[in-house]
Design a protein around this ligand. Structure first.
Ligand SMILES: Nc1ncnc2c1ncn2[C@@H]1O[C@H](COP(=O)(O)OP(=O)(O)OP(=O)(O)O)[C@@H](O)[C@H]1O
Ligand SMILES: [Mg+2]
Length: 347
């Protein structure tokens, strides 16, 4: 197997959606039969390890006795003989593997025991870490913590590409610019921006900022927010524009880097036109369908009794008036459905 491609996911400020995006991207690659590993480098927040914990039905011990977590690897300064362990722990999660940051999701760590003191020490440690796992994988995704430190500098340095995930607001953009400028000092490896939780279609694919191009815009999605961390999450997001936008952004990246490794962007569109859905992004997919089809049924049902469609009555040989009553009831049901969705979401 050739060298794995290493993809580093960072952000200027916290909570922009890195961890989730990394997991969804890994699953898209896994579905295309690329063996993929996510390394949870965010040892204190450990978002990915927490997702794994719920995936393992809240099993406390996430690693086996002869294995070592990412945090332990850092504490041992890469010397695995010291802990008597000989393997970096990896755990199956759907179609990809995860290297958990800690052995227990509630583990308390000491910052000074763990964080490399210098950039070069961090680079040596990360290279040693990758060497331990690289021969099994086509892709290694690094889920980093927000902001900048020696480890972020090192992960950018050792990666084939860094993706900086940001939100649309100006604070997120400033933090993103600062991080990108800092990373540019560390290495020439390519950097791209990705806008997440967008509320408009304002991010133009051609648009770049500070000389760094955008891979795309991933919209804010009600299904993502509502089902994050629940057991329905993967089912719920399978139909979302969120997932197809991540696929599109990946294909854009692969094209820009000349990798030619695409993932499936397909999603069944309930209305044929994605723009209608983008306008209804604050409703879940189910509610969008109920609302739009409810209104259509409502209007058709309400309009029919107002116009004298004699020919339909003749074709159907319906008793006089019957069709009007049925259509009025159908129309009322359609409107009630739409009104219920609006009421439920307002609450
Ligand atoms: N496109 C989206 N639409 C709606 N909610 C989203 C979207 N992307 C992410 N979220 C939500 O944002 C929250 C933060 O996501 P996530 O933990 O992936 O961010 P993060 O950047 O990894 O955070 P941290 O900096 O703490 O590691 C989660 O509740 C997630 O469901
Ligand atoms: Mg995270």
């Amino acid at each position: 197997m050739s060298q794995p491609k290493i993809i580093n996911i960072v952000s200027g400020k916290g909570g922009t959606g890195k961890t989730l995006l990394t997991a969804v991207l890994a699953d898209l690659l896994g579905n295309e039969n690329h063996s993929t590993l996510i390394v949870d480098l965010d040892v204190f927040v450990r978002g990915l390890t927490s997702l794994l914990y719920y995936h393992k039905k809240e099993r406390i011990e996430l690693i086996e006795s002869n294995e070592i977590s990412i945090a332990d690897f850092f504490i041992d300064k890469g010397d695995m003989e010291r802990s008597g362990s000989h393997k970096i722990a990896t755990s199956r999660y759907r179609t990809f593997d995860v290297a958990p940051s800690v052995s227990r999701v509630d583990e308390v760590l000491k910052f000074t025991d763990l964080m490399p003191d210098t950039k070069s020490e961090a680079i040596t440690l990360l290279n040693a870490l990758i060497k331990k796992v690289h021969n099994k994988y086509d892709f290694i995704l690094l889920d980093s913590r927000a902001g900048y430190d020696e480890l972020i500098a090192a992960s950018h340095f050792i990666s084939d590409v860094t993706i900086c995930v940001e939100e649309e607001d100006s604070i997120s953009k400033i933090t993103s610019n600062n991080l990108i400028n800092q990373l540019k000092e560390d290495s020439d490896s390519p950097i791209f921006r990705l806008s997440n939780k967008t509320r408009t279609e304002s991010v133009n694919m051609e648009y770049s900022s500070g000389g760094v191009e955008y891979l795309g815009a991933v919209p804010f999605d009600m299904d993502v927010m509502r089902s994050f961390g629940t057991k329905y999450f993967w089912d719920d997001i399978s139909r979302t524009i969120y997932k197809s936008s991540i696929a599109r952004s990946w294909n854009n990246l692969s094209n820009k880097l000349g990798w030619n490794i695409t993932v499936d962007e397909f999603r069944s569109k309930p209305f044929g036109n994605e723009n209608v859905e983008r306008k209804l992004q604050f409703f879940s997919v189910k509610d969008r369908i109920l609302l739009v089809y409810g209104l259509i049924i409502g209007f058709i049902g309400a309009i029919y009794p107002l116009i004298d469609l004699m020919w339909i009555r003749e074709v159907l040989k319906e008793p006089e008036g019957m069709l009007r009553v049925v259509s009025m009831i159908t129309g009322a049901l359609g409107f009630s459905m739409a009104a219920w969705v609006l009421f439920k979401n307002k609450k």
